[in-house]
Design a protein around this ligand. Structure first.
Ligand SMILES: Cc1cc2nc3c(=O)[nH]c(=O)nc-3n(C[C@H](O)[C@H](O)[C@H](O)COP(=O)(O)OP(=O)(O)OC[C@H]3O[C@@H](n4cnc5c(N)ncnc54)[C@H](O)[C@@H]3O)c2cc1C
Length: 463
């Protein structure tokens, strides 16, 4: 063993020896049905995701992570890493391989108030970290729902309510502990293994298993203005035009994060929801949003003065339940593009009941970071369009959702940048990493030449 603990040749462990070597638990596909079902469960219940691993390891720490990598390699098994299990494409599971689950036990969080930093393990959900930081009046940049896993979210980019003000999650990571394919346990930061640090901030699980993160904390107001305001589709043109004026204004406050999406009550009745969040003085937030929210008469107003933590888990109500079939596609919008309002309205009007169009306002600090500063490339879009199919129950309904998305993407083609946000889309590597791909492939060759970590948006080692 060298100083980082890289594997040395050792005789393969038997299954029982492997089980005994773990602090955590091992669940096999031959165990009781319910135990196995729960252990392998992921968020997306789409039946087209083949979720039949041979075994699930609920790791309790770095030693379990290293033993599992070693066992997988000794037995030629595929390894998928799981944190929150929210990958839309099921990248945290496989067929016949091992799922290494960090999300059951590796959830420690430590706040350093003096340094304004938070350290947490790679199995934490967004809400686990918030629960420790928010009571001290701080938060870091994580996603806009509490149940998503930090492991996938941060390593893939990480967009949340603080992003317009402070950038993506990857822009606020200070350090990561990583177990590499050869079993070494290394630190990645600006000073230690800076190339690995660069690659893990946007390169997802291609380079190693991130067992912990250290991130910057930001002051979080005690009270914020946030919630949903709902409009009739009759008023959609007015509301989307007002949203575009709000979001395209260079003076748009960075405290304001806005998502606009369609809601289908029945095939005949759809609504347009404006989800607002102002991370500053709530009165200023109400003023900032006044013109947008009064662009039409709402059918329901659920926005209010609330706390950040309460607001952060607000969307979880919709997405709380695991196992609902889902299919997403996401496209970044070309820099400087104004919203094609009429096309968007026609896309919403033509959506099947399970189809939702989400328009997220990015911009702000995200765009100011150099696109080559981290592996996360696509920073210049002011908007990201995400088409989500949620809750379809049979093959026909699934097909209808996919057709709707295909048609929508085709219709919007001229406005799209060609890049996509890998946390939402799971498209090919070129679309996800753009011009950062060649450097990522060189680093893949350095850190994972055998492409052991391949349950992800896969980056092939350079040849
Ligand atoms: C309902 C919902 C809401 C969402 N909201 C947001 C949002 O607001 N902002 C946003 O940016 N994204 C959001 N996402 C997308 C989300 O960030 C991605 O799905 C992300 O991959 C989820 O991470 P996870 O750990 O839960 O996923 P998992 O399925 O566990 O893993 C996803 C990928 O990350 C890898 N991975 C997981 N943990 C680690 C680790 N510790 N080290 C290395 N690799 C790891 C896995 O191997 C896999 O390739 C949302 C997704 C859903 C389903």
């Amino acid at each position: 063993m060298n100083g980082t603990g890289a594997h040395v040749e050792a005789p393969p462990l038997t299954l029982e020896q492997f089980r005994k070597s773990l602090r955590g638990e091992l669940v096999l596909d031959t165990d009781a049905e319910e135990l196995y079902r729960l252990a392998k469960q992921i968020w997306n219940g789409d039946w087209e995701i083949d979720n039949r691993p041979k075994m699930i390891v609920h790791a309790r720490g770095v030693a379990d992570v290293r033993s599992t990598i070693s066992y997988a390699q000794q037995h030629g098994m595929e390894l998928a890493v799981r944190c929150g299990g929210h990958s839309l494409k099921g990248l945290s599971t496989n067929v016949g391989g091992i799922v290494l689950d960090l999300g059951k036990h590796m959830k420690s969080v430590r706040v350093d108030l003096a340094k304004k930093e938070v350290w947490f393990e790679g199995g934490c959900l967004v809400k686990d970290v918030d629960a420790e930081t928010a009571p001290f009046g701080f938060a870091t940049v994580l996603g806009a729902v509490g149940n998503a896993g930090t492991g996938g979210l941060v390593s893939g980019g990480g967009y949340g309510y603080f992003s317009r003000a402070y950038g993506l999650s990857v822009d606020n990571v200070l350090e990561m502990d990583v177990v590499l394919a050869d079993g070494s346990f290394v630190r990645a930061s600006e000073n230690e293994n800076p190339d690995l640090f660069w690659a893990c901030r946007g390169g997802q699980s291609n380079f190693g298993i991130i067992t912990s993160f250290r991130m910057r904390l930001f002051e979080c107001p005690k009270e914020i203005f946030g919630g949903l305001v709902l409009y009739d589709m009759e008023d959609a043109v007015k509301v989307l035009t007002a949203f575009d004026a709000f979001a395209s204004d260079p003076q748009c406050p960075r405290e304001a994060s806005t998502h606009v999406y369609s809601i289908c009550l029945s095939p005949e009745q759809k609504l347009l929801a404006v989800q607002v969040c102002y991370l500053g003085d709530p009165k200023k937030g109400m003023q900032a949003y006044e013109r947008l929210l009064s662009s039409a008469v709402p059918v329901d107003v659920q926005s209010k003065i609330t706390t950040y933590q309460e607001y952060q888990v607000f969307s979880d109500e919709v997405y709380r339940i695991k196992g609902i079939p889902s299919y997403w596609r996401s496209r970044n919008v070309k820099a400087g593009t104004r919203l094609p309002v009429d096309d968007l309205v026609s896309i919403i009007n033509s959506s099947p009941s399970e189809g939702i169009l989400v328009i997220e306002h990015f911009g702000g600090r995200i765009c100011e970071v150099d696109p080559s500063a981290t592996a996360y490339r696509h920073r210049d879009s002011n908007y990201v369009f995400t088409f989500t199919g949620f809750g379809f129950q049979n093959a026909n309904a699934r097909k209808e959702v996919k057709n709707w998305m295909n048609n929508a993407v085709e219709l919007l083609e001229e406005y799209l940048s060609g890049g996509s946000y890998l946390n939402y889309d799971n498209g090919p590597a070129q679309a996800s990493f753009g011009d950062n791909l060649p450097r990522l492939r060189e680093l893949k060759l350095k850190y994972d030449p055998m492409n052991f970590f391949r349950c992800n948006i896969n980056i092939l080692p350079a040849v």
